[in-house]
Design a protein around this ligand. Sequence first.
Ligand SMILES: Nc1nc2c(ncn2[C@@H]2O[C@H](COP(=O)(O)OP(=O)(O)OP(=O)(O)O)[C@@H](O)[C@H]2O)c(=O)[nH]1
Ligand SMILES: *[C@@H]1O[C@H](CO)[C@@H](O)[C@H](O)[C@H]1NC(C)=O
Ligand SMILES: *[C@@H]1O[C@H](CO)[C@@H](O)[C@H](O)[C@H]1NC(C)=O
Length: 398
Amino acid sequence: MIFLNLLLIHMLNAAAEKTALDGYCDAASETCNNEITPNEDHKLIFYDVNPPEGFNLRRDVYMRFAIMLAEAQKRGKTDWRLVLTPWNKLYHWKNNDKPVPWRSFFDVESLKSYAPVLELSEVVDESAKPIDIDTLYVLQNFDNPFENGVFEEKWQLVPKEECDKNYDNISAKEVICVRFQGKISKLWELINLHPNDKKVMFMHGEIPLHDNYGTKAYWDCRKSMKFNKTLVKKAKKFIKEKLGCDEEKCNNYIAIHWRRLDFATSRPNDVPSIDGTVKQIKDAFEKMPGIKKIFISTDASASEVKILKSKLKEAGFKVYVYDPSASDLEKYNDGGIAIIDQIICSHAAHFIGTHESTFTFRIQEEREILGFDSSTTFNRLCPDVGACDPPSIWKIIN
Ligand SMILES: Nc1nc2c(ncn2[C@@H]2O[C@H](COP(=O)(O)OP(=O)(O)OP(=O)(O)O)[C@@H](O)[C@H]2O)c(=O)[nH]1
Ligand SMILES: *[C@@H]1O[C@H](CO)[C@@H](O)[C@H](O)[C@H]1NC(C)=O
Ligand SMILES: *[C@@H]1O[C@H](CO)[C@@H](O)[C@H](O)[C@H]1NC(C)=O
């Protein structure tokens, strides 16, 4: 999924045509007012993402919608708001079942400083289910994205019977199934089909692509995705007390994102064995003789972590893992703990990630925002044998 997405992004960026924003601008106002107060007149966009997708891909999908709304607002289309529905239990989360509001993970005020967003609790009484929607658009991929050998931006309405529409928490006046491929701003063409709608929702929000991946708009939005302050404080406390660093850019520890579980079983050509990991960490330390501490962020089983830790300790390194207490796990849940891990990796002197993991991508972006030299950030763990392509470098644009 991720690979195809990146490929298409590259292709779209390479295509010179810039037609996406035409046709929906109401006015030419250059200024935009980001202050949002929930209001009867606002029109609302809801979206949902394919259930198996993880937290960090979902963050990217948020950015596509947030940029779509922020850019529209700049062009005078000021009546639409993006609604952030709570995080339901994700496939990777073992410990929490209750839906989690965005403010538990992100600084929602900061999100609002970039795009016109509202949390669900700001627009409806959350206990009043189902949510009433005017038009529910169920997006689907085209069977062959490269029909006639070219990737063309397009959409096509298809009979209702052809799409899954069993959403028991949503009641929609109309359900429209549509095959879609192309940039997200093309969704305005769908919205324009029903000019009187006040609430629309898109299922499979991961299908539309970024209008401008890696551009200034992308980074402005990305910078606004600050984490919930409690999580930041928790991570900084760990960095200070355990790792002994009190700066934004630490110079005394290496961090690795050691993605295991499904990666270890299904991507043996991308990730190393435990011994291979130990060897690569030793090599990294050799290049940085002043540093003796390593922080490990991982989804590995406790038994694998134990083996890795003991092998690294044997080699003379100081090894750190963020081990949440039962009450922290209860308070922050798996999602919050993963964010704490990401923050600790973001401040490390040197970071080594996992190939094509979106969890790693988000850490790399955070480090670009913090101003680390790219050579300390775009590093990856290699497989034990075979090719090891260097990671793509996505440099910040300020
Ligand atoms: N605490 C913690 N959780 C992790 C770590 N790595 C992965 N996870 C968990 O596993 C999930 C999967 O990673 P994501 O990157 O979000 O999922 P994804 O979008 O499917 O992307 P991939 O990593 O590319 O599979 C994360 O959201 C976390 O819940 C880690 O280093 N620490
Ligand atoms: C941040 O998250 C914590 C833990 O979930 C929560 O108690 C707190 O209210 C959140 N902060 C804000 C500003 O919502
Ligand atoms: C509705 O339920 C689906 C799962 O059936 C879930 O993916 C989605 O996030 C829920 N939507 C809202 C608005 O709660």
